[in-house]
Design a protein around this ligand. Structure first.
Ligand SMILES: O=C(CO)[C@H](O)[C@H](O)COP(=O)(O)O
Ligand SMILES: [Fe+2]
Length: 228
């Protein structure tokens, strides 16, 4: 699968979201961090803003729900126009049922793991998902330092995906930058979220291209990608 770069609008100007979406033309998806001040200690945006943003941009929306009770709320983000909806494993009461509901409503279903949550208990659930998100910071805030102790988890997850012959995308989120993206790609990630490393730059579109070039360089020769 080709490398995908998903800028996180958490680091964008929330008063100019449509323009900020335009500023990263060429990105594969726009990553939208939904935080409820309960699952994480921060509050961002919800369904109405996702609905407006999906009408204002042609870039598909990748909604990362850092909220309690995703079983209740995630389907509403599909209805609001999200093309991919990620719920947290730690918050979902019935992850298989929820993934099936997201898919049935027409979006890609994805599940996220906080840094302390292992992948192994979820091995049997992977065929129900279109993407798995491995957090490389504690969820809640942009601009945090990349946790390189997550690299073995990325590697183990890529091995499980290969073992089961799945088409699952493997996303990393948190502290992804030009200095860290190659290690993520080498470990097996193919979808990269970057907030401050894109919107913190004078030319966000150029930052997306620079990140893509670095990741593509690695995946062109990575053992996991060649075997895929
Ligand atoms: O989910 C998130 C935080 O919980 C964000 O997507 C992530 O932090 C992006 O920001 P940065 O690239 O600056 O780390
Ligand atoms: Fe995120």
């Amino acid at each position: 699968m080709a490398v995908q770069i998903n800028p996180s609008i958490l680091s964008a100007d929330f008063a100019r979201l449509a323009e900020e979406a335009e500023a990263v033309r060429g990105a594969d998806w726009l990553h939208v961090d939904v935080m409820d001040n309960h699952f994480v200690p921060n509050l961002t945006l919800g369904v109405p803003i996702v609905e407006s943003l999906s009408k204002a941009t042609s870039t598909p929306l990748d909604c990362h729900l850092m909220i309690e009770d995703p079983d209740r709320w995630a389907p509403q983000y599909v209805e609001a126009g999200a093309g991919s909806v990620t719920f947290h494993a730690e918050a979902a009461a019935a992850p298989v049922r929820l993934a099936r509901e997201i898919r049935a409503k027409g979006a890609r279903a994805s599940m996220a793991l906080k840094p302390a949550t292992p992948i192994e208990p979820y091995e049997d659930l992977l065929p129900e998902l279109d993407m798995l998100l491995i957090m490389t910071v504690e969820p809640g805030f942009g601009g945090q330092a990349f946790l390189d102790i997550m690299l073995p988890k990325i590697r183990r997850t890529r091995e499980l995906i290969s073992k089961h012959g799945l088409e699952l995308w493997l996303q990393v989120d948190g502290g992804v930058a030009e200095s860290t993206i190659e290690r993520c790609a080498e470990a097996g990630a193919d979808v990269f979220v970057a907030g401050s490393a894109v919107y913190g730059k004078d030319d966000p579109a150029a930052a997306v291209q620079a990140l893509r070039a670095k990741a593509e360089d690695v995946t062109a020769s990575a053992a996991w990608a060649c075997a895929h």
